[in-house]
Design a protein around this ligand. Structure first.
Ligand SMILES: [Zn+2]
Length: 299
């Protein structure tokens, strides 16, 4: 398997990670006070902060094989997209599908696709260009969209509030899936399979949600963009970029709630953008939370 893929088992669940691309950002994008950075530098470096004061935003898709089903979470950006406001995602040409194939899973075997939210870097490979048309990449899958999130980006209602960088994404990456009859709009709380459920984690976007899997050997939280960087686990007030969240206060409340829940459940968190080892657990000591990076070792 290529270096850009990771595979391990937890309980009765098999997990693969497909990496698409990496985006170098200054740590200043987190707007952290220098004192906070200094106090955490010892564990942030080198994976989460480099000597130049930068970190990599990793774009990755997670695949879970559980309950006899194959679930794809957050299919990255996609190739050949025109993203003038996002140079790092503009006209990408990555071997994402080849890396996917290296897992031994074929796209047509996928049962479910779940996008934690409908930003362009989480739903791109929902579709691919064929004969000049956007068609679903996972031809036999049910694509699960949380209704609240689909409505936030889809309906051009009176209260629609655009985000310039994400304009047209719904039409390109969601509408063709609906037109193909593969979309399922689901409620805030939705059971996908016995051990797999969708739950709200609003803030980053109006309908941002997470996928929770009970592996029988501990829980996994696919947390999307609740946290972009591990330092946000220490300080939940940190937000990436200016106006990076639809609702900043709700995003903070979600980070506060989820870090406590993940710590309490001793769950494995697999986020959308974390640097290697790409996931980990959260420990709580009183009101102090720490990130414990690490994935189970391959079987
Ligand atoms: Zn993202």
């Amino acid at each position: 398997m290529s270096k850009a893929s990771t595979m391990f088992s937890l309980g009765h669940t098999e997990i693969f990670r497909i990496e698409e691309t990496r985006q170098l950002l200054p740590i200043a994008a987190l707007n952290a006070e220098p004192a906070l950075l200094d106090a955490n530098r010892h564990w942030l470096m080198p994976n989460f902060l480099d000597a130049e004061g930068q970190f990599e935003l990793v774009h990755q898709t997670w695949i879970a094989r559980v309950d006899g089903k194959i679930v794809v979470v957050d299919p990255c950006n996609g190739n050949g997209r025109t993203r003038p406001l996002l140079p790092d995602y503009n006209h990408l040409d990555t071997p994402f599908l080849e890396r996917f194939a290296a897992t031994g899973i074929r796209p047509e075997q996928v049962d479910y696709v779940f996008c934690t939210h409908l930003h362009c870097d989480h739903c791109g490979w929902n579709v691919q260009l064929r004969d000049g048309r956007w068609v679903p990449t996972f031809a036999n899958a049910r694509y699960l969209f949380v209704r609240r999130e689909a409505q936030r980006w889809g309906a051009r209602r009176g209260d629609y509030r655009g985000a310039a960088f994400n304009d047209g994404i719904y039409e390109e990456c969601v509408q063709p899936v609906i037109d193909a009859g593969l979309a399922e709009l689901v409620d805030d709380y939705h059971r996908v399979a016995n051990a797999v459920s969708i739950e709200p984690a609003y803030g980053h976007t109006a309908g941002h949600s997470i996928l929770r899997v009970d592996t029988g050997g501990g829980e996994i939280f696919f947390s999307g963009d609740v946290f972009h960087h591990p330092l946000q686990i220490v300080d939940t007030a940190l937000c990436i970029g200016e106006g990076g969240d639809d609702d900043a206060a709700a995003a903070v409340a979600t980070r506060v709630r989820l870090r406590a829940l993940i710590a309490e459940r001793d769950a494995l968190m697999l986020p959308g953008h974390f640097q290697q080892p790409h996931g980990g657990r959260i420990r709580r000591s009183g009101e102090v939370f720490t990130f414990v990076p690490g994935l189970p070792t391959a079987p």
